[in-house]
Design a protein around this ligand. Structure first.
Ligand SMILES: [Zn+2]
Length: 452
């Protein structure tokens, strides 16, 4: 099995040879970079000067005593994070926040920081494609500096031909371009790529397609979708973890397909207990927190992602000692309470995406009278069979919390078809909870750790 290409790349950044890279060398480098970042942030950013005052870092353990940064902090005053003048910022990404404040979240990048991302995409993609391959990019990419644009630049450096496409709105047309352009690998959002695999032409035929590899990004990756893609196209399905705040790239799976190797020369990751703020024991699940190590424009210190995952303590079969994180299991604030227990979008994904003909769905909880109502909006492939609806009804009842609530008579389920023009977006999929005024999601998490 091929060693993750991230290892020699990170070794080089740290200044040692790949074969002599050790955990100690990585941690020593990270500690030095954390000190630099803290110095820069407390000198130049008004937010961190106020939040942290003067800090000196004894060791990595003492770093865990510093307060967290939250999405709400950024929304409140993004400019207060800047450590360079605005002239040095070459890209601003505005993210619509899902919180109740409504203020958008702005993330700033310098030219050098965009270069770091292109470099990560170049090396990370060499895991799954090589010179002569053609990769279709099913991510937004019109704007210079957008994720699709930076990925295309990274691929070109690898000798791979990028075919920028954007989001899939008409699967039939996208499949035609794949054939015409001789595309042999895809990068996209799980449900979007699934829509291609499940598309049927007018005569009911599935497109005969062989692909080498697929990289899924930007959302939770359901096992049910991975299996379907592997079976449909005979390809390997890799997972990528990243978010805009991280500089888009956070980690990518190696050939072992068992969790992401992390971008440890640019980012320092922690997993914490979201209630106490303390680090969880190695290997246990918690909230993903990261600190930027090489960003000068808008460094982030102990940023709470709201993502739920764990480190994998066992060594990777590829032979690398780089840290590995298991695939993200969902959102910290993503569970919705029913009378029979809690449900998450990820549970719904695993139960429902196994249904033939299902392309996507929405889930909404409401309480019109004395009863919780779960409404599932279904996007089905053309020519789906009516039995599909019954299969979905049965699949929902396999989720324990739903089964219990149904049994107790505390829940009703409504299935409806989404309209033809239901908009396709790159947004993360969540259960929309309209009970209690609709405030159940993305609750503001405490920014200070309550460490005794
Ligand atoms: Zn590996």
């Amino acid at each position: 099995m091929k060693l993750t290409p991230l290892q020699p790349w990170i070794a080089q950044k740290i200044g040692v040879s790949s074969s002599s890279l050790t955990r100690e060398a990585i941690e020593q480098y990270q500690l030095a970079k954390l000190r630099q970042t803290l110095r820069l942030a407390t000198e130049r950013s008004t937010f961190y000067r106020r939040r942290l005052g003067q800090v000196s870092l004894k060791d990595l353990a003492s770093f865990q005593e510093l307060p967290f940064t939250t999405a709400a902090d950024i929304c409140q005053n993004p400019l207060s994070f800047l450590c360079v003048s605005q002239d040095e910022i070459s890209r601003v990404v505005t993210l619509q926040s899902s919180g109740t404040t409504g203020a958008p979240k702005r993330i700033y990048f310098t030219k050098e920081e965009q270069e770091l991302t292109i470099d990560f995409f170049h090396i990370g993609m060499s895991n799954l494609v090589g010179p002569g391959d053609t990769v279709m990019i099913l991510l937004p990419g019109q704007l210079p500096g957008s994720v699709g644009d930076l990925l295309a630049q990274g691929l070109a450096r690898l000798g791979v031909r990028p075919v920028p496409h954007g989001l899939v709105t008409e699967p039939g047309k996208t499949l035609e371009i794949i054939r015409e352009q001789r595309v042999n690998a895809l990068v996209g959002i799980p449900t979007q790529v699934l829509a291609l695999a499940r598309h049927r032409s007018e005569d009911g035929q599935r497109a005969a397609l062989r692909l080498k590899s697929v990289l899924l990004s930007t959302d939770y990756v359901p096992q049910a979708i991975t299996r379907e893609l592997e079976q449909s196209w005979g390809c390997r399905v890799f997972g990528h973890y990243g978010m805009t705040e991280m500089g888009l790239g956070g980690g990518v799976e190696c050939e072992a397909l068992g969790g992401y190797h992390l971008r440890e020369a640019d980012l320092y990751f922690e997993i914490i207990n979201p209630i106490t703020g303390a680090p969880v024991p190695e290997g246990e699940e918690g909230e993903v927190v990261f600190t930027t190590l090489t960003r000068r424009g808008m460094p982030l210190i102990r940023y709470r992602t709201g993502d739920w995952a764990r480190f994998i303590p066992e060594p990777c079969p590829c032979g690398s000692m780089l840290k590995r994180m298991a695939r993200v299991r969902g959102r910290v604030a993503g569970a919705c309470q029913l009378a029979g227990g809690s449900i998450t979008m990820q549970e719904l994904d695993e139960a429902l995406f196994a249904t033939a003909g299902l392309l996507n769905f929405t889930a909404t909880l409401s309480r019109p009278e004395q009863l919780d109502r779960l409404t599932i909006g279904l996007k089905m492939a053309a020519g789906f069979s009516e039995d599909g609806i019954q299969v979905i009804q049965a699949a929902l009842a396999t989720i324990p919390a739903i089964a219990r609530a149904l049994e107790q008579g505390d829940l009703e389920i409504c299935l409806e078809l989404l309209p033809e023009d239901w908009p396709v977006t790159a947004a993360k999929r969540l259960i929309k909870d309209l009970r209690n005024g609709g405030n159940n999601h993305e609750k503001t998490l405490p920014s200070h750790a309550a460490i005794p």
